[in-house]
Design a protein around this ligand. Structure first.
Ligand SMILES: [Zn+2]
Length: 213
């Protein structure tokens, strides 16, 4: 039962590894981007939260942006609220989406060795080129913006998922070798011919008692 579960996990791990590799290859032609957006308006502050999960050029990344615009003057506030696009529904809303586009070249590299390998995990400004800051003519009196980006090259999860099937294969191979040696009357550890001395291997000292364990 335990063995069957382990075999199932190995198969699943292998399947995930293959899926990651296929995804990685595909990502050099097509960028996939899953978007989540939320607009909120409270008191005098308009908040936009945006999260992106993207797969591009052999990498998977997550970006999160949040910006707040606070309208300090009443004229600025009423001007914003009277704009036809700023309906109450539009000011309190969530959006989800998925885009497929032609893959774009990777983002500029950063200094550290991890960044060179494609690992990114830090707060950055204006990472997403799709983001446009509010135009300067908009009556904004103060704004706060906070960006985070995390990315990993897809070979990392592929390697992780490959680990278990690889160990499983080594174990299977060892088992096959042991079975073959046992059938041929050879030492299970070193392969020395034990037909003359079946109890103990004169070459490496391996005992049959250990073989049954
Ligand atoms: Zn031996």
């Amino acid at each position: 039962m335990k063995r069957r579960l382990l075999n199932l996990l190995t198969a699943l791990s292998l399947l995930l590894c293959v899926a990651v590799v296929i995804t990685a290859v595909r990502s050099f032609w097509t960028e996939d981007r899953f978007r989540w957006m939320r607009f909120d308006f409270q008191d005098r502050t308009r908040t936009t939260s945006e999260a992106h999960l993207w797969i591009n050029h052999g990498h998977i990344g997550f970006e999160r942006s949040r910006w707040e615009i606070t309208y300090h003057s009443d004229t600025a506030l009423s001007a914003m609220l009277s704009h036809p696009s700023n309906t109450p529904d539009r000011l309190r809303r969530s959006l989800y989406g998925h885009d497929s586009a032609q893959a774009t070249p990777p983002a500029p590299r950063y200094d550290s060795i991890w960044a060179q390998l494609g690992f990114v995990g830090r707060k950055v400004r204006n990472v997403s080129p799709s983001f446009k800051p509010p135009p300067s003519q908009e009556p904004v009196t103060s704004s706060v913006r906070d960006d985070k980006v995390y990315a990993t090259p897809l070979w990392a999860p592929a390697l992780l998922f490959a680990l278990h099937p690889a160990l499983w294969s080594v174990r299977q191979w060892k088992r096959t070798v042991a079975r073959r040696r046992s059938r041929a009357g050879l030492c299970l550890r070193c392969g020395y011919d034990l037909r003359a001395t079946p109890a103990r291997c004169p070459e490496c000292g391996y005992t049959l008692a250990g073989a049954t364990a």
